[in-house]
Design a protein around this ligand. Sequence first.
Ligand SMILES: NC(=O)c1ccc[n+]([C@@H]2O[C@H](COP(=O)([O-])OP(=O)(O)OC[C@H]3O[C@@H](n4cnc5c(N)ncnc54)[C@H](O)[C@@H]3O)[C@@H](O)[C@H]2O)c1
Length: 332
Amino acid sequence: MGNKTRILVTGAGGFIGHHLVKRLKADGHWVRGVDIKQPEYEQSAADDFQVLDLRMWENCLTATRDIDQVYNLAADMGGIGYITAFLADISKNNILINAHMLEASKQNDVKRYLFSSSACVYAQYKQKVADLAPLKEEDAYPADPEPGYGWEKLFAEELCRYYYHDYKFETRIVRFHNVYGPLGTYDGGKEKSPAAISRKVAHAEDGGTIEIWGDGLQTRSYMYVDDCVEGLIRLMGSNHREPLNLGTDEMVSINHLVDMICGIAGKSLSKAHDLTKPQGVRGRNSDNTLLRKVLGWEPSTPLEQGLAITYKWIEGELKKKEVGELAEVTGD
Ligand SMILES: NC(=O)c1ccc[n+]([C@@H]2O[C@H](COP(=O)([O-])OP(=O)(O)OC[C@H]3O[C@@H](n4cnc5c(N)ncnc54)[C@H](O)[C@@H]3O)[C@@H](O)[C@H]2O)c1
């Protein structure tokens, strides 16, 4: 054990958590990963990986024992289809995880605790146009977050503040704007737009058509996962206790995102817009003024570059699956 910082990453079987564990290990720390499941695509780099359901109080106590810092990334979450479909389950599961993790961390004398919030806390009435101004941290109030997932995140942010107010328990709060990259979910219903579009483009024949949710004019900004991990580590090391945006301010429409991915794939595809599918808020972008001030840094991976890496990874995974299925059919 020695004098190494002992770090817990929850959600270590998930996308961002898995990348964060790798980076913390590369930086020389002792790392415990906890999740309700093992990572899907490769083994965790954690010194100690425990499969635990963090909705349960006792499991949160076990997870936080002998730990200096907690990155609490565990959450029941998914893309826009998933978070608009399951309001009660998502809220209940995440309330239990976040309330128990915070209290267990305090009881076990954790020195610092980082909570991963989301741009879904921002007031919906401020996101009604596609070319809206970037969202500043104060735009979360007066509150009107996304039902279910967003309301829970906003209250869990408040809970972190209360733990500092009442107990001087050190908390950090990050608000992620869409994160993408390799080793993220790309099918099954929990995937987000860059992964879902990459999968559709990879499956399509050149000259074919793919389905796009909404009219494609809705806008978002996207952050590459390596930038996300760098920002998390910087925020944990900072003295900033208030919520902080972590994202890029390179806003694109979904149609433009599709064109970029088609360009990377070298395919020319038509878009069939399905207006019956959920599309979330009309526009969303990150104001990075405070981020630059607090961290002296901001995410810089160009979208085209990050998407090229992500697309190649998803295409490779789909090819592996096809080969596997073919082998099953032919009995190889
Ligand atoms: N990826 C994004 O664009 C994005 C945007 C905003 C906020 N966030 C937040 O960042 C965090 C990490 O997101 P991600 O993209 O890596 O998602 P993810 O779904 O890949 O990871 C979350 C992990 O939490 C685990 N989990 C769920 N319920 C659990 C339970 N009861 N006990 C233990 N583990 C449990 C899941 O199994 C999963 O591996 C989440 O808190 C999420 O809400 C992510």
